[in-house]
Design a protein around this ligand. Structure first.
Ligand code: TNX
Length: 526
């Protein structure tokens, strides 16, 4: 942490010395109208007026205002009360998910949403509004009038953390959730298993976590509850059938025949896979999935499916080759379909929607088809550099829902600038500067297909080189703010120059809360 402190303090002095910019709203709402009326006077005795269904959101708002302005606001029940900060569910807004309206006027502040989630979004907007539009006046604040009407472009706005590569304690993940909620992210994908570790306990198979730092079920339940209080859904990811050394270290009997284990324990990856032809693989995965499905309430579960070195494992394994022959398959890749077909019925029964990283017949262009036949109801994530236009086309043609995490815009484990490389485990990552994160049109206008199947966006913090939460914050921000805006705001309301102006007060706010980020020096240089 220490090494970030000096540049951060220098930035704070620059930021606080500059004139107040007009707005600190990130992501940019879809309609902001400055109301030409007198400001609202916010004092320590202003009440938050909210009925029971919004008690938790009211409490959250009170905590934010205490932290931000030092005001100890209390909640009172609704009824006909006026003059304070009213939080309300308005069924007229329910048609569109997360639709809220925020009105600041002399007589009071009113925040209405079609759901508690929408009201929570509006609280983030209100808090950001106060960063630049609350003028201290003695012990109270004059809050400029405004009318905001807002709803997101995409319903699924995710960040992904990777505690499999480097473990992240629950309290650190909570801090991460706190921060992402400010920018209206609503999904946290947890990459819980990989070659380097198995972090989710399975009661029927304690050997999986026996010699590995891991969460307890109680901790995960607590984390899920905490995330829900920030309207963030936790999506678990178990990465199979590749990236599985974390499992195979306690189940060597599930390895393919004739696997070379000589280099194990040295490199970052082991390149081993679960053996598709080993019958014991499937009952074990069934046990695991049953517990994971029961533990995580999210309708989604991510099963990885990426970077399986099929030729190196299944291609050299006599049992897999015999299986391939008996199934009449022409290519080893079809065994992926066989492998996952054991799991789909269980997931359907549990009411879960599977997600996989999309793979094609090549890892770069030219690529022309899926690696194997993904069932239509599998949500696919596009991630490989250069393959996203193809992924949009293929998923549109096959009818798979699509999540957007293209490496060139969304991989926040990549360095942000020249000479800002990770100290450990850098495998030669490409650069992903802030501007490139911002200059992204999520729906690729040049791709000539329907785009209704695009569900949303995800920023990934792959953990090979991210060994604690401060490093995670440093890699996440401010790029995740650019992603938040790409996922929320329509393109006609997005502008790089304007984003930079809004970024300044938002980063100053982060500093005041002790959250680290990379100072985007290149944006301030004249
Ligand atoms: C590829 S992205 C991976 C991860 C690595 C990441 C590093 C994906 C689906 N697989 O296992 O951590 O690159 O950027």
């Amino acid at each position: 942490m220490k090494k970030y402190l000096l540049p951060l303090l220098m930035l704070l002095s620059v930021l606080t010395a500059s004139a107040q910019p007009a707005s600190a709203l990130i992501p940019q709402p879809n309609s902001v109208v400055d109301a030409d009326v007198k400001p609202f006077v916010l004092t320590g005795t202003t009440t938050i007026i909210a009925d029971e269904p919004l008690a938790a959101e009211a409490q959250y708002l009170a905590e934010r205002l205490q932290e931000q302005l030092g005001l100890p606001l209390q909640r009172v029940a609704g009824g006909k009360r006026r003059g304070g900060i009213v939080l309300a569910i308005d069924p007229a807004l329910a048609e569109q998910a997360e639709h809220y309206t925020l009105t600041v006027a002399r007589g009071g502040i009113r925040l209405a949403g079609g759901s508690a989630h929408a009201v929570f979004d509006g609280i983030q907007t209100l808090s950001q509004w106060l960063l630049t539009h609350a003028t201290p006046s003695g012990p109270s604040f004059k809050v400029d009038a405004v009318r905001i009407d807002d709803s997101p472009r995409y319903g699924y706005r995710a960040l992904m953390l990777d505690p499999a590569r480097h473990f992240l304690p629950v309290d650190d993940v909570k801090r991460f959730i706190d921060e992402m909620a400010h920018y209206k992210f609503n999904v946290l994908q947890l990459h819980l298993t990989d070659d380097q570790g198995w972090r989710v306990p399975i009661d029927s198979h304690p050997e999986l976590t026996a010699s590995c730092q891991h969460y307890t079920k109680a901790e995960l339940q607590d984390l899920i509850r905490y995330a829900a209080s920030r309207h963030v859904e936790v999506v678990p990811e178990l990465d199979i059938p590749g990236h599985t050394y974390g499992l195979l270290r306690s189940h060597r009997e599930l390895l393919c025949q004739s696997v070379d284990t000589a280099g194990w324990g040295k490199g970052l990856r082991t390149d081993v896979m679960l053996c598709a032809a080993c019958e014991d693989v499937y009952p074990l995965l069934t046990d695991i999935l049953q517990e994971v499905c029961a533990l995580f309430p999210s309708p989604y579960i991510h099963l990885g499916g990426d970077e399986s070195l099929i030729a190196k494992n299944w291609g050299r394994c006599a049992a897999c080759q015999a299986l391939k022959g008996s199934l009449g398959y022409e290519s080893n890749d079809q065994l992926m379909g066989y492998f996952f077909s054991h799991l789909w019925p269980l997931l359907h029964q549990a009411g879960k929607k599977p997600i996989l990283w999309v793979e094609m017949d090549n890892i770069r262009l030219p690529a022309s088809r899926y690696l194997f036949d993904y069932p239509d109801d599998v949500t696919l994530v596009t991630w490989r550099n250069g393959l996203t236009p193809k992924a949009i086309e293929l998923t549109a043609a096959h009818g798979n829902p699509l999540l957007m995490a293209p490496g060139e815009h969304c991989y926040f484990d990549y360095p942000q600038a020249v000479n800002d490389l990770p100290e450990t485990n850098n495998w030669g990552m490409p650069l992903l500067p802030l501007r490139r994160a911002y200059d992204w049109q999520v729906d690729y206008p040049e791709v000539n297909t329907t785009k209704h199947h695009i569900q949303g966006v995800m920023g990934t913090l792959w953990g090979e080189a991210i060994n604690d939460v401060n490093r995670a914050f440093y890699m996440t921000y401010p790029r995740a703010m650019a992603l938040a805006e790409a996922g929320w705001t329509t393109d006609d309301r997005r502008s790089w120059d304007d984003f930079l102006l809004r970024l300044k007060p938002v980063l100053a706010d982060m500093l005041s809360r002790g959250v680290s980020f990379r100072v985007p020096w290149e944006c301030y240089r004249k």
